[in-house]
Design a protein around this ligand. Structure first.
Ligand SMILES: [Mg+2]
Length: 313
């Protein structure tokens, strides 16, 4: 039986995501090879002092997930849709599908038909359901069946494609396993084997199987770097698995993939923070994170409330 996550781990997950999301934000859409020409991602992270780190839609939607869990103890899908609409700030870099759905929810339309009919009636398979779900995995890390059920529900307002839903389930399980791995030697093979047992779609079964065959730090090219869930979520998970004890190294590798750099880094940052805790995230990065209504202090309050909720069981 693993120990319950500590306050530090909840803080690490939320702040780890927000910091990495904000570090990746200026580079979103830039091809990885062009980004590499500007210098290694390590340089971006090392020269952060000059600017405030502002997070994007990934973290704003994660806040909605956490607020819903705190208010209801579970994912109430109507409440989650309302939280997305309440928090929505179009300047945070939302994708076109999310913009359409969240604006419509805010105008009183029903998210059920919107989410299912978007993208030619197939539903979204973007990484938007996965990018917001990590704290849910940490909260329910003692019960992986509950993690997958809650994560699948959390995708409903915006992502109804099987790949979109599977990506949320898997990122949440990865966060739960990362939280469980705290204070122990990280076992990459065991982590990926456990993750594989929860993959429902062929795309993710293949990718996790492939990750199991790779040595750490081999090329991530097979996992992609774009907004589709099956072209980004395993990239982030493998970046964490290859540097499980070094927050900066893990997020720099994710960020350096380019393209959907903010989301890639955000997902890796949440996993690394959930394992390592807030103290292992460099202080100079945390200090640059934006303050204000839903800034750093608010994220720390949410983390503490989640920890309290976890203790109550
Ligand atoms: Mg974003």
């Amino acid at each position: 039986m693993s120990k319950p996550p500590t306050l530090e781990q909840f803080q690490g997950c939320l702040i780890g995501q927000a910091v990495a999301d904000a570090l990746g934000a200026p580079w979103e859409g830039m091809p990885g090879d062009l980004l590499a020409e500007l210098g290694p991602a390590e340089r971006i992270v090392a020269h952060v002092e000059q600017r405030e780190l502002r997070y994007t839609d990934d973290t704003q939607m994660m806040i909605g997930v956490v607020e819903t869990l705190l208010a209801h103890g579970t994912i109430d899908v109507d409440a989650l849709a309302a939280a997305f609409a309440e928090n929505y700030d179009p300047a945070r870099g939302y994708g076109s599908g999310a913009r359409q759905i969240i604006s419509a929810i805010g105008a009183g339309e029903d998210w059920r038909c919107l989410a299912a009919t978007i993208f030619n009636g197939e539903g979204s398979l973007g990484n938007g359901a996965a990018m917001r779900v990590a704290p849910l995995g940490v909260l329910f890390s003692h019960d992986l069946e509950r993690v997958v059920a809650e994560a699948a529900r959390s995708s409903a307002p915006t992502h109804t494609h099987p790949i979109g839903i599977d990506s949320a389930r898997l990122l949440a399980v990865a966060a739960a396993l990362a939280a469980r791995s705290a204070r122990k030697r990280f076992k990459r093979g065991e982590f990926l084997e456990a993750l594989l047992s929860y993959a429902e779609t062929d795309e993710f079964q293949w990718q996790i199987d492939h990750a199991l065959q790779l040595e750490p730090f081999e090329s991530l090219i097979a996992f992609g770097n774009s907004v589709e869930a099956h072209r980004s979520v395993m990239t982030s998970i493998v970046c964490f698995c290859d540097s499980p004890d070094d927050y900066s190294a893990a997020i720099c590798r994710a960020l350096g993939q380019g393209n959907d750099a903010d989301t890639l880094a955000a997902m890796t940052g949440a996993l690394a923070g959930a394992r390592l805790g807030l103290a292992k995230i460099p202080t100079q990065l945390v200090q640059c994170l934006e303050e204000g209504e839903q800034g750093r202090s608010y994220l720390l309050i949410l983390a503490e409330r989640l920890w309290q909720l976890a203790k109550r069981g």
